[in-house]
Design a protein around this ligand. Structure first.
Ligand code: 2HG
Ligand code: ZN
Length: 460
């Protein structure tokens, strides 16, 4: 890439909001990974799709790399700008553009926060069901670029399921209007789905039409203490069969240790190695009685040792905090993160194989497991021991990640379930995708981004 001239950019796009102060470069040049030193060229804050298009065209002509930027809550380094890139932040494009009561769709700009999407949908008596802890800071454009998952995938699926239409500016600077909110559209390749989960390597989302759905009935939250690993899946199977679940999450005693140290209330008098948080529809007394029966059955079988059912929204929120507060409680320890998935039926075998590997390789490390076990998605955070410096710690974790890739391959799993590949998991992509698949992905990228300006160095 050339040494570009900002004066030239200013002259090409008069009126463009451009930031170049050191603190701004630092702020917009990083995401939640904190592993790379931000060093972008400048931060552009376009106000319209046309401005995004003009910026991408300028980047092509000037030979400048572009990093699309949402709420930068990602954990894979996909939004990091450490090599003189032009960051295009969508944060000023944050409006709801329209609601259609017949289609039950909400059309939004990419920079709107997920929480604002939730509120807008609720304002129309419907919901946008994709949800996760970063809802207040992440943006819908980033959710689409990463095909974000979260805590209700078990019922509603990933972001992909909820995108009825997408306007994107490709890496070549073309504006595409994909699918236009149609439910049925059998006209060849569905290009919309190429952009969902493409991690900013093919283009930039400039508008999205989101499908909405009915609000579910009132729910309750059940927290179980689970005494051994095998019981986790017994509890899952029982809850899945007998309750109408909207979430099924788990965490370990180490995770509870960290959230409790961060201010959360310990739920039970006695500690347990595993905990499950599950949310279920509890519209009437029959549904509530069913939940109690499930709890008693699990207790009798020895699959749970204790449990609590939320009796109010406040209590439900405080039980959820035990699970949703884990990432924040670990952040000061600069953990190394893995975000893997296997088929749900394979979870117990994978957990066992991984525990054997970790006990062998990391006997002294604090390894924190949690995640969306009902989707086969497990988060493994390794806390940095005080005696290791950060580079040595990362090198050690990467060595074990390589071994983990072998275990994942044996179990048919994936190195990234929902956080994406970005920079962090790039070395391991080939363990989850075949050489033929990666060659096809490279070919698609070359067509949509012929000059290689879109998020270069990310994904592969
Ligand atoms: C979650 O499920 C997020 O809480 C973050 O995906 C996971 O911090 C992590 O590893
Ligand atoms: Zn997650």
């Amino acid at each position: 890439m050339n040494t570009p001239s900002l004066a030239d950019l200013r002259a090409s796009l008069p009126g463009l909001k451009l930031l170049t102060e050191a603190a701004e470069l630092e702020h917009y040049g990083r995401d939640w990974t904190r592993r790379w030193t931000p060093a972008p060229l400048a931060i552009a804050l376009p106000a319209s799709a046309e401005e995004v298009q003009a910026l991408v065209r300028w980047a092509n002509a000037a030979g400048v790399a572009v990093v699309p930027s949402g709420g930068r809550t990602g954990l894979s380094g996909g939004a990091v700008a450490a090599n003189g890139e032009l960051v295009i932040s969508l944060e000023r494009m944050n409006r709801v553009l329209g609601f259609d009561a017949v289609d039950r769709t909400l059309t939004v700009q990419p920079g709107i926060a997920l929480e604002a999407v939730h509120n807008a949908a609720r304002g129309h008596g419907l919901i946008y069901p994709v949800d996760f802890g970063a809802r207040g800071s992440c943006q819908i454009g980033g959710n689409i670029a990463t095909n974000a998952g979260g805590i209700r995938v078990i019922r509603y699926g990933n972001t992909r399921n909820w995108i009825a239409g997408l306007k994107v500016v490709t890496g070549a600077g073309e504006l595409l209007d994909l699918n236009r909110g149609l439910i049925k559209n059998a006209t060849g390749y569905d290009l919309r789905h190429l952009f969902i989960g493409s991690e900013g390597t093919l283009g930039i989302v400039v508008e999205a039409t989101l499908s909405l759905t009915d609000a579910p009935p009132p729910s309750q939250v059940l927290l179980f203490a689970v005494p051994h690993m095998d019981a986790l899946m017994q509890v899952y199977a029982t809850c899945r069969a007998r309750l109408s679940l909207s979430a099924f999450e788990f965490f370990t005693d180490r995770a509870l240790h960290h959230v409790a140290a961060h201010g959360a209330q310990r739920p039970f008098g006695e500690d347990s190695p595993y905990y499950v948080v599950t949310e279920f529809d509890a519209a009437d007394e029959a549904a509530q009685a069913q939940a109690l029966a499930v709890f008693e059955h699990c207790l009798e079988q020895g699959w749970v040792s204790d449990g609590v059912i939320s009796q109010s929204e406040a209590q439900a929120r405080s039980l959820w905090r035990l699970r949703e507060g884990i990432t924040e409680s670990l952040a000061p320890h600069k953990p190394y993160k893995n975000d893997i998935s296997v088929r749900i039926s394979v979870v117990p075998a994978f957990l066992q194989a991984m525990q054997a590997l970790l006990t062998r390789e990391y006997p002294a490390f604090d390894v924190v497991w949690f995640g969306h076990i009902g989707d086969g998605n497990l988060h493994i955070n390794i806390v940095k021991p005080a005696e290791l410096d950060y580079p040595a710690f990362i090198a050690e974790c990467e060595r074990v990640t390589e071994l983990m890739c072998e275990v994942l391959q044996q179990h048919g799993g994936s190195i990234s379930a929902e956080h994406g590949i970005g920079l962090v998991k790039k070395p391991y992509l080939a363990s989850a995708r075949s050489a033929e698949e990666i060659a096809l992905m490279r070919g698609i990228r070359a067509v949509l981004d012929p000059n290689g300006v879109m998020n270069p160095g990310k994904l592969f």
